[in-house]
Ligand binder design. Sequence first.
Ligand SMILES: CC(C)(COP(=O)(O)OP(=O)(O)OC[C@H]1O[C@@H](n2cnc3c(N)ncnc32)[C@H](O)[C@@H]1OP(=O)(O)O)[C@@H](O)C(=O)NCCC(=O)NCCS
Length: 173
Amino acid sequence: METNRILLRPWRDDDAESLFQYASDPDVGPRAGWQPHKSVEESLEIIRTVFHNDTNWAIELKATGEAIGAIGYGPSCDCKLPARENEPICGYWIAKPYWNQGICTEALRLMLDHIRQTTAILSLISGHFIDNPASGRVMEKCGFVPTGETCIDESQYQGANRPIRVLRLEISR
Ligand SMILES: CC(C)(COP(=O)(O)OP(=O)(O)OC[C@H]1O[C@@H](n2cnc3c(N)ncnc32)[C@H](O)[C@@H]1OP(=O)(O)O)[C@@H](O)C(=O)NCCC(=O)NCCS
């Protein structure tokens, strides 16, 4: 999956250094509900576990060959959002130096095209913390519609009880 600017491709072990560089930024992970990476070894472990499947991709900047973000979808059963039965959840992040250049919107559109063409998925759910409106803007630009708000008591991020705006995309083919 690619545009002139980016490529969605599987993660590789040799992405660990750049993954650590960008995912250790305290302005990235906590906005998405996960802790900043603490070492290159931890980043490598995440590449080999969390990212090691057919529905998670590195967002590669073609000009440099570097992985500058992540995008993917998966089962929503553990996410505590008010998902329909078997409705996948999607998520993403972009390295801070590349924010507000349209890259995440481009990546999400690519992934949605891929989902339309290769799966029978009918809808996707996602959400963002209320204090992270940029993420909601990305979803809205790709056709997601707000469905309400929720709160996750046992948030992975420092136990905080942070309100989440929930959005859904009905996938048309
Ligand atoms: C959210 C995130 C993925 C967006 O990536 P990005 O590549 O900068 O996104 P895009 O450039 O495609 O679009 C960002 C949009 O948000 C808007 N935006 C940025 N800051 C904003 C703010 N404070 N309030 C409202 N909108 C904002 C931008 O103007 C842009 O919208 P526009 O095209 O209508 O002008 C990126 O900021 C990020 O990785 N954040 C940390 C991790 C994260 O939040 N992940 C998502 C968890 S739900």
